[in-house]
Structure formats: structure tokens, C-alpha cells
Design a binder for this molecule. Structure first.
Ligand code: BES
Ligand code: MN
Ligand code: ZN
Length: 518
């Protein structure tokens, strides 16, 4: 990953391949405006940088990149002007998300470069953290399978050697920051831990399902957890059968690769609270016997994005030494059709003891989550948050950049929403209307795994709610839309796995540690 440094160096004398500056939209009909932080660069152009940028067609719009030759006397050959969107209101600085996105866009535009200096408008350490995060997330690329030498991804070869496409930006210096200041260093450390784990989650999502089955995912979790002093327990098919995890077993039964339930326990000696995160980890969702048609299954390797997010958040919490106990539950299974697969019409006895009539084997996420939610509930945590690519209905409702938040507690749902907005993850609160419950009434079992088609995302949420232990505060994030970006990259979001949910979970852990939640 990109190496980050804090720097007080002057832009002109810095040896780098490029200097990144910010440009914002002018007000009314006036041209673009050079953002603070780039004064020295502007001076190099005799104060004419804004005019030069306008001549080159720059407007300062978000996502825009304009490259121009650096002024005479500068060691770096190129200036990269990145759009910040509208200027902030008088008296306040650029918001963190604008900086994060611009830094991501610039880092991606600088793929193939060794070193870039970032001279963006940083008002404080938090802004430096945002830029650091944007750089690390924007520079991400997944090239493990692009190596055509035939040696495969396992020997560590990838496009970083430049064979297939450009290597990610190797080094970024953040100018105008304070290398010895505690707050700046902490911000950089936080950004690094969060972004590295988030990028690991992206890698897991992007890894094709023939290489990432439940067993392989569990093995990665085990290895990484060990590295960071996180306790890990893996239940395999045998242990799941012995424990009565009928939901996870029912979903995983059709696959040649058996299901797993992974429990990751990060504990802090100073913890006063306990959070549980539960992730849907369907390593491939074919739909099962209720098979998905072509056109609906090509990206279904992304159906373990919730588990990847939970995994990343627990490891990040451990790396940051947060003073809160965090348990992560990864409900891993592959949903496949076969002679041993669950049939529509089968009844599963869940870990909670409830029976579920499976009317559609493609509504599998709620089945694995139900067992994991009940398992998490047994420890009586202060709150449970589950993350899942659960329903196409949520994508229809909110589009592919916003996740839905449901909860059994209005104040908690609002707190989760606030945390999401704070870290730059678009999210929106959704209701759990009780009247939709009767659609899941089953003639045979306690509940069916399907209900009314309308409001399908909320129906799924209502199903999950029944498997949360009495009196436990719970929220459900349906990330089916934002988990996987099928379009082109934007801001710091790449094509493919996005790491949706990770930063919200980390923020929730931080807020809980600080006593500001629950
Ligand atoms: N994994 C899918 C949901 C999904 C859809 C995720 C699109 C990402 C993008 C889930 O398991 C599923 O198939 N849900 C069904 C539920 C239905 C059968 C009740 C759906 O949404 O169609
Ligand atoms: Mn499905
Ligand atoms: Zn699914």
C-alpha cells in the first residue's frame, strides 16, 4: 500500500513526481478557485494558477483532474489539480469527505508514480487523516489475477511489478502537516489501520469464489486474528451440526465447500461496553435450488461483503486498541444447488430453536444471519450490528451508493446513521413496519423465509429481528447497493468491492469506547 508521510517541506524543493493541489468551483460566473495549501505553487505561476486552470478547462468540479507542467524552479515536474466541488462557506474549512474524495481521485490518477506531494487545504489533524484515508483507499487496485506469467497470485506477484496496468502510487507526502504533533500522528495511524483493513475487505470481496470458499475465508480470518491478538473460534460443519445451527447448515448444504461460523473476539482490559458485529458471508450466491437467472449471478461473489466488513472492523478496532470489547461473527456459507441442497418447502430448525419454512432458497442471507444473531445474543452484548448484502429490494429503494439502516430502537438507528454520515458513508434509515410480519406466516413452521414482495428489504429486516435476543439493541445495515461497484471508480471508491460498512462499524466502536453510544 501507499506509504504516507507528514511533511513540512516547501513544495518547490520537494523531490516528487507530482504535486497535488485542490481547485474549487468559483461562485456565480467566476472561474475556478485555487484552494488553500497551494499558495506556494500558485506563487510559482506568478499568482496566475487559477487563470491557467480555467484556460485548461478546469471548473473545480468534484472528480475533475487537470495536469499541468510545474512552474520553473520546482523539482517536481507536474502539478495535478483535483476538483473539490463547491467552496466551503466563509469561516469553515473544506469538509472531510470532499478532501477524502479529492485525495482518492488524485491518488488513482497518479497510479504508476513513485511519489506525490499533497498540498490540499488541511485545517487540522482530522483533515490530514481524511486525506490519508482518501489516498490509501483511492490508490487501491486489485490485480492478483492479472499476472499472466502463469505463476498465479499465491507467490505474491501482481501488477505492482507494472506488467499489467500501473502499480499503485508508492508514496504520498502530506504537506502542511506536523510530523511531530501527536494529533497528526494519531490521525495518520488511524487512517492507515482503517484503510489497510478496509482494503483487505475489498480484496476478499474481489477474490473469485472458486478461491474464496467458507473454509478459505475462515483460514484468512484465523491467520490475521492471530497476528493482532484477537481470539478466534471456527465452527466447521461438524461443530455446527452438534450446536444445532440449522440455518447456516441449511444454506451451506448444497455446496461441496462446507459452511463455517467464525467468532472473532477482541477484548480490551479497559472496556466498559461490548459490541457484537455480525456479517453475512455467502462466498457465492447462486440462489440455490431457487437458482438465479443469468444476469443476476455474475457479481454474487460479493455476497460475503458483510462478513468482510465485520472482519475488517474487528481487526481495525484491535489495531487501534479501542477501549471496547468487539466480537465479530462471520456467517460463512456457499449457496449452491445440488442433491444435498435445501429445497423450497424444507423446514429448518434454527440455532434459536425456531423453525423456518424455506420458500425460496435465494433468501439465504437471513437464514445464516439468524443463527449468527442468536449466537451473538447469547453473550448479551450492549448492542448488535449486522451487515449484509441482503436484498435486491434495498438496491431498488436506495440505489447503489446508499445503504439502508433498520433497527429495533429508533435512537440507535439514528446514532448509526449519524456515525455513517460522519465517516462519509451514505446511508438512510428505513422502518420495520409490523404489518409486514404476517406475510411471513407459515402453515408448517414458526416463520417462512419470504414474505410480501413489496418492501422486501424491510421484510428481511423483520425476519432478522426475530432472532435478536430479548432486550438487546440491534441495527441492521443492508449494503446490497453500495457493497460492489459495477460502474467506474469515483472518489476513493474503486470498481468492484468497496469495503462498504467498515468505516461505520469502526466509528461505532470508537463512539462506544468513548462512552458516547449506548
Ligand atoms: N444476495 C442477494 C441480494 C443481493 C441482490 C445482493 C443484489 C447484492 C445485489 C440475496 O441473497 C437475495 O437473493 N435476495 C433475494 C430475496 C428474495 C428471494 C426474497 C432478492 O433480493 O431478490
Ligand atoms: Mn440470495
Ligand atoms: Zn445472498
Amino acid at each position: 500500500m501507499t506509504a504516507l508521510t507528514l511533511s513540512t517541506a516547501a513544495a518547490a524543493g520537494l523531490r516528487a513526481d507530482a504535486i497535488v493541489i485542490g481547485v474549487a468551483k468559483g461562485t456565480g460566473s467566476s472561474g475556478p478557485v485555487v484552494a488553500p495549501g497551494a499558495e506556494a505553487v500558485d506563487k510559482g505561476y506568478d499568482g496566475r494558477l487559477a487563470g491557467v486552470l480555467e484556460t485548461l478547462g478546469a471548473s473545480g468540479a468534484e472528480g475533475e483532474v487537470t495536469k499541468l507542467p510545474a512552474p520553473a524552479g520546482f523539482k517536481a515536474p507536474v502539478v495535478v489539480a483535483v476538483g473539490l466541488g463547491s467552496q466551503p462557506e466563509k469561516g469553515s474549512g473544506y469538509d472531510a469527505e470532499a478532501l477524502r474524495r479529492a485525495a482518492g481521485v488524485a491518488a488513482r490518477a497518479l497510479a504508476g508514480s513513485k511519489k506525490a506531494a499533497f498540498a490540499l487545504p488541511l485545517a487540522d489533524a482530522a483533515d490530514a487523516g481524511a486525506v490519508a484515508e482518501g489516498v490509501l483507499l483511492g490508490a487501491y487496485s486489485f490485480d492478483a489475477y492479472k499476472d499472466t506469467s502463469g505463476t498465479g497470485p499465491k507467490n505474491g506477484k501482481n501488477a505492482a511489478n507494472g506488467k499489467n496496468g500501473k502499480a499503485p502510487l508508492a508514496e504520498a507526502a502530506l504537506l502542511g502537516t506536523k510530523p511531530r504533533d501527536k494529533a497528526y500522528r494519531a490521525a495518520l495511524e488511524r487512517a492507515t489501520a482503517v484503510a489497510e483493513e478496509l482494503n483487505r475487505a475489498r480484496d476478499l470481496v474481489n477474490t473469485p469464489p472458486n478461491d474464496l470458499n467458507p473454509e478459505a475465508f475462515a483460514a484468512v480470518a484465523q491467520a490475521v486474528a492471530k497476528e493482532h491478538g484477537i481470539k478466534v473460534q471456527v465452527l466447521d460443519e461438524k461443530a455446527l451440526a452438534k450446536g444445532g445451527y440449522g440455518g447456516i447448515l441449511g444454506v451451506g448444504g448444497g455446496s461441496a465447500s462446507g459452511p463455517r461460523l467464525v467468532k472473532l473476539s477482541y477484548t480490551s482490559s479497559k472496556a466498559k461496553k461490548h459490541l457484537a458485529f455480525v456479517g453475512k458471508g455467502i462466498t457465492y450466491d447462486s440462489g440455490g435450488i431457487s437458482l438465479k437467472p443469468a444476469g443476476h449471478n455474475e457479481t454474487m461473489k460479493c455476497d460475503m461483503s458483510g462478513a468482510a466488513a465485520v472482519f475488517a472492523a474487528v481487526v481495525a478496532a484491535a489495531r487501534l486498541g479501542l477501549e471496547v470489547n468487539v466480537t465479530g461473527w462471520l456467517a460463512l456459507a456457499e449457496n449452491m444447488p445440488s442433491g444435498s441442497a435445501t429445497r423450497p418447502g424444507d423446514v429448518l430448525r434454527m440455532y434459536s430453536g425456531k423453525t423456518v419454512e424455506v420458500l425460496n432458497t435465494d433468501a439465504e442471507g437471513r437464514l445464516v444471519l439468524a443463527d449468527a444473531l442468536w449466537a451473538a445474543s447469547q453473550e448479551k452484548p450492549d448492542a448488535i450490528v449486522d451487515v449484509a448484502t441482503l436484498t435486491g429490494a434495498m438496491v431498488l429503494a436506495l440505489g447503489n451508493r446508499t445503504f439502508g439502516i433498520m433497527a429495533n430502537d429508533d435512537a440507535f438507528r439514528a446514532a448509526v446513521h449519524e456515525a455513517a454520515e460522519e465517516v462519509g458513508e451514505p446511508a438512510w434509515p428505513m422502518p420495520l413496519p409490523e404489518h409486514l410480519r404476517k406475510g411471513m406466516d407459515s402453515a408448517t413452521a414458526d416463520i417462512a423465509n419470504m414474505g410480501e414482495r413489496m418492501g422486501g428489504g424491510l421484510v428481511a429486516g423483520l425476519f432478522l429481528k426475530e432472532f435478536v435476543g430479548e432486550g438487546i439493541t440491534w441495527a441492521h445495515l443492508d449494503i446490497a447497493g453500495p457493497a460492489f461497484n459495477e460502474g467506474g471508480p469515483f472518489g476513493y471508491t474503486p470498481k468492484g468491492g468497496t469495503g462498504s460498512g467498515v468505516r461505520t462499524l469502526v466509528r461505532l466502536a470508537e463512539l462506544t469506547a468513548a462512552g458516547e453510544l449506548g
